[in-house]
Design a binder for this molecule. Sequence first.
Ligand code: GLN
Length: 467
Amino acid sequence: MIDTLRLTAYEAARLLREKEISGAELWEAYRRAIDERDPELHCFLHVCDDPGGDGIPLAVKDVIGTKGIPTTAGSKMLEHYVPVYDATVIRRAQEGHGLRVLGKTNTDEFAMGSSTENSAFGPSLNPWDPTRVPGGSGGGSAAAVAAGLAPWALGSDTGGSIKQPASLCGIVGLRPTYGTVSRYGIVAFASSLDQVGPTAKTVRDAALLYKIIAGRDPCDSTTVDVPPVELPSAEDLRGVRVGVPKELNEAEGIEPGVKAAVDGALAHAERLGARLESCELPLSVDYGLACYYLVAPAEASSNLGRYDGVRYGLRSDGADFREMLMRTRHDGFGDEPKRRIMLGTYALSSGYYDAYYGRAQKVRTLIAQDFKDAWERFDFIASPTSPGVAFELGAKADDPLAMYLNDFCTVPMSLAGIPGISIPNGLSEGLPVGFQIAGPAFSENRILDAAHALEGAIGFDGRQAWA
Ligand code: GLN
């Protein structure tokens, strides 16, 4: 009997290699887990048939295009859209590694949100407590991995959508350096921020999946050659300098239980030999959210312009082109994309462009500089991933600003294009807390090593969810 709750992708690969289990048995085990628990948790928008073979199953966030498999981005606009080509990350996962797409996971519409409550197809629930959200936008992936419905998953992160749901579901999420993973075939949200990355049970699994998907892609000119990805092996943090920014660790909105858990992880880091020092990131935190919520909607308003009822996706009837276009967008987009289209179009409109979008881009440069200054003294920056634990469904759904505050600890890194990981580091109120480690561009190997060492010391048991 395969225990999907315990099994890591690394271990599954070993079992397959040594022929202790067959590819069909492994697939069946996940399908059974999905049939049992997904009617309640609603992690999947689509579950696939076994394509055959001996590869490890992979859950895929539904903003990642999959040939012949529906790809909805959580939106009515793409409800019946079936891509005719695979995203590069899917091609890489299949070719050479034989990974099999298990299903497409739920997401906030066009990846806009922090709880999956913006999905046009209803929210996913948190396996730790089904009255609470799993985070977002990649909440379907995170809940699926945490509940043993998938060994690992591919997500996308614009302002925190890999790390924040990983944090709320007690698993690992890596947002790599901008440009290390191809965006070709991904439903675009905010192109200068969107980044694909892994969600997994362990740091080693996250490294494995990152290794598979990373690399330059001729189809995405923003990708670059990536230093070879190594599987993490460090057992200690000797000589590692960790900056602990006051603004991200002592801010008012951080729940006391989260702060206590993060302090616990910092104490572990110190015991493993790290040198901790309090520091400041004055601009990132004061201006991060405001800057992100100008840049991201501006780019989204431009990207979503392609849904015009003509090329692909939903088309509503209308007497003439204009009416057809208006009805299509009225029927196809939910409230959050509409809100962002309005904000973004305003910020980009002539007369306001310099005051809003132009100004935000300048602030973004300063935020990146904030981090560059920090790297002169530190290898990493550490903080909570999310200011709070998983919240009740509906608690923030009617208050966009409260929802945006969830991204407080993750958007600065997105704006700076730098990598970061979230690992589970304990519980607060019986719910998982995530610990975020961010580093300079292309420091994934070192981040993964540090996270691996800490993971061992923390000894978080994800199965507590089922005790
Ligand atoms: N919660 C953030 C937003 O709504 C981030 C989403 C994401 O990273 N895709 O924009």
